[in-house]
Design a protein around this ligand. Sequence first.
Ligand SMILES: [Zn+2]
Length: 168
Amino acid sequence: MAYDVLIDPGHGGKDSGAVNSASGILEKNLNLDAASSLNFYLQQRNVTTAYTRTTDVYPELNARTAQGIREGAAIFVSVHHDTADGRALVYHDDKETSIRLANKVASYMGGIPVRSMTESRFGRLYIADFTTGPSILIEVGPTRFYTRDERIARVQPAANAISDFLGK
Ligand SMILES: [Zn+2]
């Protein structure tokens, strides 16, 4: 069944992502929280969604993008956090639609930087394997404690940008 957005909470299970050694906060858990908020605000705009994971498990990276292609997702949105001192930004793959979506999300999130995935310190990002529609990776913020209100302030604008992009 086709839907609008496949939400991909980064990392999970064996892969913690960034680790805040001072507080013990793990990126993989923040990603789930942010993804859940993103889902909430997308659904409020009648955007249909699915997840690559909703628990502490690790789907292989190629399985995440393959899920989106197989299920007919219009957009692939991966939700990550940067290092403890990192900052919010949006990565896109080479598709023109991805660049447009990334720019819209970044603008709604207060003008955070937009980067090509080739500028990622990890090199080519797995979002590029979602070949059937726009594909972005949002670094929502640093891997550290932040309140529910702060999370909403970060994620709700991203949801609005995606909804507007879809015309919903
Ligand atoms: Zn990550």
